[in-house]
Design a binder for this molecule. Structure first.
Ligand SMILES: Cc1cc2nc3c(=O)[nH]c(=O)nc-3n(C[C@H](O)[C@H](O)[C@H](O)COP(=O)(O)OP(=O)(O)OC[C@H]3O[C@@H](n4cnc5c(N)ncnc54)[C@H](O)[C@@H]3O)c2cc1C
Length: 457
């Protein structure tokens, strides 16, 4: 199978250069055609079960006005059923009680769960707990794993990831929250913004400056901060998808840490390692976000199509009007391309590791978020005023989807990173390498040479 390669402006013919994205020969097992779009039947059965379960057991919960505590009580028996199917906390490797599925299978599962915002906690794979448990698994000491990770995995605890500072979230090198070691305690000071589940969690993982004099990517560390420590103040934020901030799953806060003291052993990983740990945390998490967006798209798309064949105005069914047909056709292709790109990124993590897949991981975010927006927007439009009303779930899905262009880093930042990596492989040329007069001159010269050398007679 040919490797995907960019042809640089300086190259009239493909030349060997390190491809910046796409499958490379080293990704593939030698002499093996590794493309395979099928799902193994045993796992497909699990996916079918998950989808049915989400539709039958979780969709109805969306129509009730549950607060967080009620929600946790109501989902407890559902979580047991998920455990019974072996689908609980599937993001973990086998040694931590997970299934060792790998990112492609996890992606497919998240496609089912994405259909309802309430589904991930029922399956033990809700953000930020998944990322936080992975962080502690990667960087935690044995004692930290026992104290913080195990209860997180068994759902006895919830956690928050406290990183963003208002206005600099996309540039962690500018963070100003500090922690200073005072004897055997860290003393934490600063304010974080938009921290999910801050007030509902048992502990926060806080990214803070501990090495102010170090190189800019080595200045920050991560601390595990129990939420009940003195000196933590929280201001609940209303967000676009939940202006009251009392929704069952996500609520967000501005958190101020004022002389908050935590034991020295609550440092997660080494001093100055927060930046690299944050990178490790975001890779697989983004695959799961994007596959959940595919699930959102599928649900909205089903609603769009159902309405198209159900409603007639101005003499014909909506499904017979070309604009609606265009929306159906374009949405189907866009969702499929987003799905394949995301699964490709997942596959690349599985075969080559998250570091080698970072370009694809960034691409799926800025490619997928606008696809989800457009599909939701068309579904709303097809339903007219009903689509805009709270009589359908579309308006809520639409408001929540808007966040996707911001969380996990704004799309613009990912585009910059991808473009930089791609452009690194190109060299400047005074004359474009495809310049036809120049190539014609070279071709004529070559032909004259060949004629001169040809045997006569
Ligand atoms: C629903 C939701 C949940 C969140 N949950 C959490 C959480 O649990 N914990 C947490 O710590 N944070 C959380 N965040 C915060 C999120 O991580 C930040 O909003 C995000 O990283 C952007 O940071 P910022 O808001 O400070 O924007 P800024 O960094 O100020 O960026 C603002 C805008 O500037 C532009 N921009 C920035 N950099 C570039 C660039 N290099 N090139 C071009 N344009 C650029 C972009 O358009 C960007 O949207 C959440 C956000 C949302 C919306």
């Amino acid at each position: 199978m040919p490797a995907h390669k960019f042809r640089g402006p300086g190259e009239p013919a493909p030349r060997s250069r390190r491809p910046t994205f796409g499958a490379t020969a080293t990704d593939l097992r030698e002499n093996e055609l590794a493309w395979d779009f099928s799902t193994d039947p045993e796992f497909q059965e699990k996916l079918d079960w998950a989808l049915r379960f989400v539709e039958r057991e979780i969709y109805p919960l969306e129509t009730l006005e549950l607060d967080h505590e009620e929600f946790r009580r109501v989902i407890a028996p559902l979580q047991e059923q998920v455990r019974g199917q072996g689908l609980w906390a599937t993001h973990l490797p086998p040694d931590l009680g997970g299934q060792g599925y790998g990112q492609v299978k996890l992606g497919l599962l998240h496609e089912c769960l994405g259909r309802s915002e309430l589904a991930p906690p029922v399956f033990g794979v809700h953000a930020p707990d998944t990322g936080n448990s992975e962080l502690i698994a990667i960087a935690g000491t044995a004692a930290q794993k026992r104290r913080w990770m195990d209860p997180l995995l068994s759902n006895e605890m919830w956690s928050a990831y406290s990183m963003t500072e208002e206005g600099t979230g996309s540039d962690p090198t500018q963070f100003t929250t500090t922690a200073v070691l005072d004897g055997d305690e860290w003393v934490l000071n600063g304010t974080k913004y938009c921290v999910g589940n801050a007030e509902r969690s048992d502990f926060h993982i806080v990214m803070c400056v501990t090495e102010p004099a170090a190189e800019r990517h080595r200045r920050t560390s991560m601390l595990i901060v129990p939420t009940d420590r003195d000196g933590i103040e929280m201001r609940r934020l209303g967000l676009m998808h939940d202006p009251s901030g009392v929704g069952p799953v996500h609520n967000h806060s501005e958190v101020t840490y004022r002389d908050v003291r935590v034991p020295a052993e609550n440092l997660l990983g080494g001093r100055g390692e927060a930046f690299s740990l944050a990178q490790a945390r975001l890779g697989p998490g983004r695959i799961h976000h994007c596959m959940r967006w595919v699930g959102v798209c599928r649900r909205a798309f089903d609603m769009l199509c159902e309405r198209a064949v159900s409603k007639s105005v101005h003499g014909s069914a909506l499904s017979e009007k070309q604009t609606i047909q265009n929306w159906v056709a374009e949405s189907a292709a866009a969702v499929e391309s987003m799905r394949l790109l995301t699964l490709f990124a997942a596959w690349k993590i599985d075969v080559a590791g998250a570091k080698d897949a970072r370009t694809e991981i960034a691409m799926i975010k800025y490619h997928g978020a606008p696809v989800m927006h457009d599909v939701l927007d068309r579904a709303i439009q097809t339903h007219g005023a009903l689509g805009f009303s709270a009589d359908l779930p579309l308006e809520q899905m639409y408001r929540w989807a808007r966040a996707s262009r911001l969380y996990d880093g704004p799309d613009e930042v990912h585009k910059v990173a991808v473009a930089r990596r791609i452009l690194r492989d190109y060299e400047p040329h005074d004359v474009p390498s495809e310049h036809v007069p120049t190539r014609r001159e070279a071709a004529l010269h070559r032909r004259a040479e060949a004629t001169r050398q040809a045997p006569t007679g």
